[in-house]
Design a protein around this ligand. Structure first.
Ligand code: CU
Length: 235
């Protein structure tokens, strides 16, 4: 009873949240179910996301609790402040919140999933729930596999951290489109996009392999794309 889809390549075509979660399900169930769980299309009527399509309210509400951020705590694996040659810095446990905040959630998404900033702006990646990282698709980062940040952009990476309310700041100096992912959850589509100034670079030239993302042009036009809006569009 093995369908012939065991050799399907999940990297072809747009990756929706549904297929990403299906990948998670297949992985969690190990090989036993992989052969039967595999259709990548054909049952569009079902939405097997845990958050529900119509209930995306309040996803950013609890960022206001971030006053609990402490200066002294250190996350695992990300205790150093690194400054790349172009001046882009990834700071850890910065006391000051940046110009923008992106929340990281236990349901495995970044919110907003798309954000437009200007060169020199700082984005605070805040741990709302779970344990996550925000990590540039740069060959020097773990399991990035491909570059999806502009040439000259450093391998920015917050490291994985799990202190609720803590945040890590990333200052973006290099213009273009920056795709990033969560190291523990990349394979289930926990990825996001920051456009710095004008869109550009490899992330603009091809679809993200782990999750379909809002286009850079749309992000510039809208300023931010909320996860709840995007999830309801790409299902
Ligand atoms: Cu994560």
């Amino acid at each position: 009873m093995h369908p012939e889809d065991t050799t399907r390549t999940p990297s072809t075509g747009p990756t929706t949240r549904r297929t990403a979660l299906r990948r998670l399900a297949a992985g969690a169930a190990a090989v036993a179910l992989a052969g039967c769980a595999g259709e990548s299309d054909g049952d569009d009527a079902t939405t097997d996301t845990g958050t529900g399509t119509g209930a995306g309210t309040g996803t950013t509400a609890d960022t206001s609790t971030a006053g609990t951020t402490t200066d002294g705590t250190t996350g695992s694996g990300g205790t150093a402040t690194t400054t790349a040659s172009d001046g882009t810095a990834t700071k850890t446990n910065a006391a000051e919140r940046g110009d923008y905040t992106v929340g990281m959630y236990t349901d495995l998404y970044f919110d907003p999933v798309g954000l437009h900033v200007e060169p020199g702006d700082t984005v605070s990646f805040e741990l709302v729930s779970g344990a996550h990282s925000a990590t540039a698709y740069h060959p020097d980062n773990p399991n990035a596999f491909e570059r999806r940040v502009p040439e000259g952009a450093p391998a920015w990476d917050t490291g994985t951290f799990g202190e609720k309310g803590a945040f890590r700041n990333v200052t973006f100096e290099t213009a273009g489109t920056h795709d990033y992912y969560c190291i523990p959850h990349k394979m289930v589509g926990m990825v996001g996009r920051v456009v710095v100034g004008d869109p550009g670079g490899p992330a603009t030239a091809s679809e993200n392999p782990d999750l379909s993302l809002p286009t850079a042009d749309r992000i510039v036009e809208d300023g931010t794309v909320a996860w709840s809006d995007w999830e309801s569009e790409v299902g």
